[in-house]
Structures are given as C-alpha cells and as structure tokens.
Design a protein around this ligand. Structure first.
Ligand SMILES: O=C(O)CCC(=O)N[C@@H](CCC(=O)O)C(=O)O
Ligand SMILES: [Zn+2]
Length: 346
C-alpha cells in the first residue's frame, strides 16, 4: 500500500499552493481500502473497494466561481475527512474544485465566466485560449472519464455547488437543467430537500452550464445548487450549510440514502424569460440589493437597453440572478413563474 501523500488531508491547500507536488502522484489506497486518484490540482476521485461499492457515481463540484466559498469549504472538509478516514464511502465520488486561480483573487472568474463554457463552448470562437476555457475542457474530461467507469444503469449524480451574488427570498434553490422531455426525478427533489433546498427552477432550454453538460451528455441527475450568498473565505456561517453537508455525507457513505419529499411542500418555478445583455448600456430597473425571487406585476419594466425594454409578462413573475455587468451576449437576468411538476419519475 502506498502511503497517503496528501499531508493532513489538505488536498485543496496543496492544489492551490503546491500544485506541482500533485503531478507525479499515482493512485493510492487508504488503509480502509478506498482508492484515491488525483487527476490534476483540484480534481480528486475516491472509489470504495468493489465488495463495498453500492453503485452510485457522484460528482461534487464547487468553486466553478472562485468567490463562492461556502461550497468550497464544504467539499474541502469532506475530502479531508475521507483522506483522514473519518468518512468511509460506499459510492465513487469525484470532487472538482473548479477555478483555482479565481479563488486566489477572490473573484467570480479571472477572464471569463467558466459556467458558460461547458458542452464544448470552451473550444468555440477563438478556441481554448485562456485558463478558464482549458479548465472547463479538463473538468468535462474528468467527468467523462468518471462516468465512463459507471456500469450501465448505475446512478450518475452531479451536484454543482454555488452561492448567489445577491440575497434571496428563498435562500437555497436549485436549477434543474432542461431535460429534453426526460422526467423530473422526485427522488432527486427528496435529496435536495434534505439539503435544505426546497425551491427548484425548471430550466426550459439548453445552456452551457456545467450541470446541463452532465445532465445532457452523461444522462446524469445534475443540478446547479445555490446554497446561500457569496461571502469571503472564513466568513461563512457554516451552520447554515449543516443540512447540505449532512445529506451529502449520508448520500456518499450510506448504501442507499433516499430521503423523500412531498412535492406540494416545494416551491417549483419554471424559467419564463432568459434576458441576455445585448448592448453596453444595459440597465436593470430595480435596486442592486433587490433579492432574488422578488416578484412583479405584469407590465413592470425589469430591464432595458437602447431600443428595447424587458417587462414582466405575468403577474407574480420573479427575478433571479440579475447582473447588468455580464459580458455582452450573456445572461443578465432570468425571470421565473410558479408552476407544478408534471412529468416525474422516482
Ligand atoms: O447570483 C448570481 O447572479 C449567480 C450565481 C450563479 O453562479 N449561478 C449559476 C447558475 C447556473 C445555472 O443556471 O444552472 C450561474 O450563473 O452560473
Ligand atoms: Zn456560481
């Protein structure tokens, strides 16, 4: 057995401060027989021994936006607990710490929003020309390799963990990527509810986000999960994430953790408008501190740019992820309206 080369279980620290030290590490086995494979800085995979493997393949990604620290701290803790054998897995788990350089400068991204670069967008236009494009390509490859080892019919899961820029009337929520007619999973909504996530946005079109990539390309149950509000490292009240951490721990360490939820206890929204910034002079028509899920009467002007204005199309249409400063062509605002789940599966 090779000794554990990650000192004190500090994989993220070593990835950020001594990335070269991870290059030559061959897969190794912990004394509890968990196999550990390090693909690159910030990319680490754990596989329990075959006789204990209970069949799920779980991707946990965080830090796709470098300043969204709470999910990074949760994943860092989980990785440490696994490496120090305080947590024994029953399923294969791939941890991805997305944008390491953006974490170092405490920003959402360095050059380009990485969560618009998946499903091959990293190689479009000018090509894979910057670190974020290269990393998105590498993350896609890591997910592909991981799921390639999942036997047919095994459960493939990907939770891409984020925190939102603004406060939110519904603090925790998840984006359910567009499923192209596949059913929404009640079992997954049960797991998200156990994480404290009881507001779900049903996306109605393809996107270039990480969760859509895993959902569409790998047929995984995949979600963008917003666990709270962006705060600097060390300033998160981790008690607010206790349910999520506990549910993830149970998911990965129990044979078949399957919490249930009554759908009528959830707030389900569907995306009604995706408003992209098309011009420099794009403006939002509400205050910067207006929380996500604030709703408006039909006809209220929500945003404008020269020659064009964007209104609420229905009473009760609510705003999510408003950001007037995104790159031209990118999403500056989503609007959502309440809906119910129609096509579901367990
Ligand atoms: O608070 C914000 O404005 C952004 C928070 C965030 O990063 N959200 C994700 C959502 C991705 C999705 O729609 O699945 C993003 O904008 O990338
Ligand atoms: Zn984010």
């Amino acid at each position: 057995m090779t000794a554990n080369p990650i000192k004190d279980g500090e994989f993220l620290h070593q990835s950020r401060r001594a990335p070269d030290s991870l290059e030559a590490i061959s897969p190794f086995t912990l004394s509890n027989q968990t196999r550990v494979s390090i693909d690159a800085p910030g990319i680490i995979r754990f596989d329990p021994p075959a006789q204990q493997h209970a069949g799920k393949y779980v991707v946990l990604s965080c830090g796709v936006h470098g300043n969204e620290t709470a999910p990074i701290e949760i994943c860092d803790d989980l990785v440490r607990d696994i490496l120090l054998e305080r947590l024994t897995l029953r399923h294969s788990v791939l941890f991805l710490f997305g944008n390491l350089p953006a974490m170092d400068i405490a920003e959402r991204f360095v050059e380009e929003n990485m969560n618009r670069l998946f499903s091959g967008a990293h190689s479009e236009g000018e090509g894979c020309v910057n670190a974020e494009r290269q990393r998105a390509k590498q993350l896609e490859a890591a997910v592909s390799d991981f799921f390639a080892d999942a036997p047919d019919h095994s459960t493939r899961l990907h939770y891409d963990l984020h925190t939102a820029i603004r406060a939110s009337k519904n603090e925790k929520f998840a984006v359910y990527p567009y499923l192209h007619g596949r059913p929404h999973s009640l079992g997954q909504l049960g797991f998200l509810a156990a994480c404290g996530v009881k507001t779900i946005l049903l996306s109605e079109s393809p996107t270039t986000t990480f969760s859509y990539y895993s959902s569409h390309v790998h047929n995984a149950h995949a979600f963008t999960v917003e666990l709270g509000k962006v705060r600097p490292f060390g300033q998160n009240d981790m008690t607010r994430f206790a349910d999520a951490r506990k549910a993830i721990t149970r998911l990965t360490s129990e044979e078949d953790y399957a919490p249930q939820v009554a759908p009528e206890t959830l707030d389900i929204y569907r995306v009604n408008q995706v408003i992209n910034r098309q011009q420099e002079a794009f403006e939002l028509h509400f205050d910067d501190d207006t929380p996500n899920f604030t709703d408006y009467a039909k006809g209220t002007v929500l945003a404008s740019e020269p020659g064009r204005q964007y209104e609420a199309q229905q009473d009760g249409e609510a705003i999510v992820f408003p950001n007037a400063r995104v790159a031209i062509g990118q999403r500056a605002l989503l609007t959502v309206v309440p809906t119910t789940l129609e096509h579901t599966d367990v």
